[in-house]
Structures are given as structure tokens and as C-alpha cells.
Design a protein. Structure first.
Length: 366
């Protein structure tokens, strides 16, 4: 049933304090709240089942739920959630099956935002898709450093953008900044793309572009020398823009040393490389711990070419490849990929108008 004014105020408050939805701003949150419905279930009911599709986002208005996962031997409790907490949000955003069971420990009342209603809002408001791409970074951080692992090794991650230029900048910037915000750890974006420097400039930064003349072998291994060419965004993201031609012109053998030094100083080093088969990309893929391969269902040709290039360069190598699919909202879940982000051509419009690919936190964010 439609919600009453009191429930509407509660829903707005719950969404504002949610780390994913809180940045959307009053106008969009208001439209989401207008589509909320109240649902109730009794103690012992299973709200969401592991590996099942999710029909929407549930905000807990009253009661308590238990989040569990099924291991080989037993059902393991992961968390208890109560008033104001949300369940189902990541599956709603990505179209992927539910990761955990959600079982009611007490009678509960929920505010439900259905997937159908969410998709309608997403198509009508381009900025929502850009902001919600941050959800990917949280899942990335968890997949690289599971909570049960006490030792958290630094990660070198190659980003291969099988995307048009605008989508490349938007996805790289929002993923990188979100990773900083979600993990509160040291993150460097090493831009080795053919138009190196565009990402930093889109953020209002003015990076000095290192050239072959600036780096000798001892400089590449000296972090203080490298740091002079690094620029920092206010959120804490650091960016090193290095035109690939400088590396190809005799410095390519020094790439392992460069990546090793960066790995010693950062928790995550994201390396943006050309989405084509060439010596630079090949050298990076041999050094990284993981590869993120981006593609977009509305522009399949660059994605197909990037897939083929990565496949050829890796050969029989064992470096894990994770696919990141940018999908039109109504197509979410139709592509075979590891991570999914709602995406539309209309998401590019704010970037074209303002020149900034980064959506800042809204006034209602916690």
C-alpha cells in the first residue's frame, strides 16, 4: 500500500543515511520515496534467499532481521540488521542474485522500493546512475579483501576500458573516487591511456606529464621523484598521468620497477591502460594482480575489441579477469559479467555540460 506521511519522512531519513543512496540529493530521494510501499512479514519469514533474484530494496521500518549464508556444514550468521538498515540494495543495482539469506528474527515492517519503480527513476535521472556506480567499488573492495582476511596485501589492478572516451572517463573517475571513499585507504590511479592526463584534467587537476627525459632508472625506483608528478584530488585520490609513449620509448623494461614502487606505497594502484594489444598493455597485464575489463551494451564494438586484445595478451596466463558491464537500466542482468552498473547515454549529459565527471555528495548525505 502507498505510505502515509510519517512513513514517507522515515523513508526519506533512511535513504539519506544510506551510504549508496544518500548522495542523490533531495529531489531524487523525494521521487524514490513517493514510490515506496509498506509491507509486513511475521517472525521466521525468509525475506530474501541466497542466489534468488531480488525484487526490490527493503528499508527496515521496525523489527530485526538476520543475514546468513549457507556453508557446506552449516548456516552461518553474518549480521543482524534493524530499523533504518537496508537489504537487497546491491542486487537491485547490479541485477545479480541475492548474496545472502535474510530471515526475520521478529515481526517486521518494511518500506519497499520495487525494481520496476527503481528502474523508472534511473532512466529519468541520469545523475542517479553515475552516483550509484559507487556501489561497485564497495563490492570490489570486499572481493579483493574479504573480511575474514586479516592481512590485506596491496593490489595492482589493470583497468581495460572497452568503452567510448566519455564512458571511459566517467567510469574510471567514479570507480577510483568511490574506492577511496568506501575503503578509506590509499588509492593511486596510474593513467597510461593514449590520452593520459584527460582524467585528471576532467577533475580540475593539472598534472605534469612525465616524459622519457624526466625519468632515469634510479628515478623510477625513487618514490620521492615520482611523487613530484602526482596530483591529488580533494577526496584523497592520487593520480599519476604518464603518457604511454614515454614508456614505449626505451623505458618499457622499467615498468615492473615502477609498478613495484607504487605497490609499496599504495593499497590500491589502478592502472588505466590502452584497450588494445600493444607492448605497454602486455607488460602491465603481466605484472598486475587482477584485471577489470569494461564494456557497454550500448556500444559493443570497443568492448569486443578489448576482450579479444586481453585474451590474446594473456594467452595461457592465470591473472584473474573480472568483467564490468555497463548496462542500459532495462537490460540489467542480461549480460554475462562479474559486476554490473546501470548505464545510459543520458548519464553523459552532465559531463558534457559541466566538464566534471564526478558527482559530489549531496546536501542530505551523512
Amino acid at each position: 500500500m502507498p505510505i502515509d506521511p510519517q512513513a514517507r519522512l522515515q523513508g526519506l531519513y533512511f535513504l539519506k543515511r544510506n551510504p549508496i543512496f544518500g548522495a542523490l540529493g533531495e529531489e531524487v530521494l523525494g521521487k524514490l520515496v513517493e514510490r515506496l510501499k509498506t509491507v509486513s512479514h511475521e517472525k521466521g519469514a525468509i525475506l530474501l534467499r541466497e542466489d534468488d533474484p531480488v525484487d526490490g530494496l527493503y528499508l527496515i521500518r521496525s523489527g530485526r532481521v538476520r543475514v546468513t549464508t549457507q556453508t557446506v556444514k552449516e548456516e552461518k550468521t553474518m549480521a543482524y540488521l534493524g530499523r533504518g538498515d537496508a537489504v537487497g540494495e546491491l542486487s537491485l543495482l547490479t541485477g545479480e542474485p541475492q548474496e545472502f539469506n535474510v530471515i526475520l528474527d521478529t515481526p517486521c515492517e518494511f518500506l519497499l522500493l520495487s525494481k520496476h519503480d527503481f528502474d523508472a527513476i534511473l532512466e529519468a535521472h541520469p545523475l542517479v546512475g553515475i552516483s550509484l556506480s559507487r556501489a561497485l567499488s564497495r563490492r570490489l573492495a570486499v572481493s579483493f579483501h574479504p573480511p575474514q582476511e586479516r592481512t590485506k596485501e596491496p593490489q595492482l589492478i589493470a583497468m581495460v576500458p572497452g568503452l567510448p572516451r566519455e564512458a571511459t572517463i566517467l567510469s574510471a573517475v567514479n570507480l577510483s573516487i568511490a574506492l577511496v571513499e568506501q575503503t578509506r585507504r590509499k588509492v593511486l590511479l596510474l593513467d597510461l591511456s593514449p590520452r593520459s592526463g584527460d582524467i585528471a584534467q576532467a577533475l580540475g587537476l593539472h598534472p605534469p606529464l612525465p616524459t622519457e627525459a624526466l625519468f632515469r632508472e634510479e628515478d623510477v625506483q625513487d618514490f620521492s621523484a615520482l611523487h613530484r608528478s602526482i596530483v591529488t584530488h580533494p577526496c584523497g585520490l592520487e593520480i599519476l598521468s604518464f603518457h604511454p609513449q614515454a614508456l614505449k620509448s626505451g623505458l618499457l623494461p622499467l615498468l615492473p620497477s615502477l609498478l613495484g614502487v607504487l605497490k609499496d606505497h599504495y593499497d590500491f594502484t589502478l592502472v588505466q591502460i590502452p584497450a588494445e594489444k600493444d607492448p605497454l598493455s602486455d607488460a602491465v597485464l603481466r605484472e598486475v594482480d587482477k584485471i577489470l575489463l569494461f564494456f557497454w551494451d550500448q556500444a559493443p564494438e570497443p568492448g569486443d575489441a578489448a576482450r579479444a586484445a586481453v585474451r590474446d595478451m594473456l594467452g595461457s596466463g592465470s591473472t584473474p579477469v573480472m568483467t564490468v558491464s555497463l548496462e542500459y537500466p532495462s537490460n540489467i542482468g542480461k549480460q554475462n559479467s562479474d559486476f554490473r552498473i546501470p548505464w545510459s547515454e543520458t548519464f553523459h549529459q552532465p559531463f558534457r555540460e559541466s566538464g566534471s565527471p564526478y558527482l559530489p555528495q549531496g546536501p542530505g548525505a551523512p
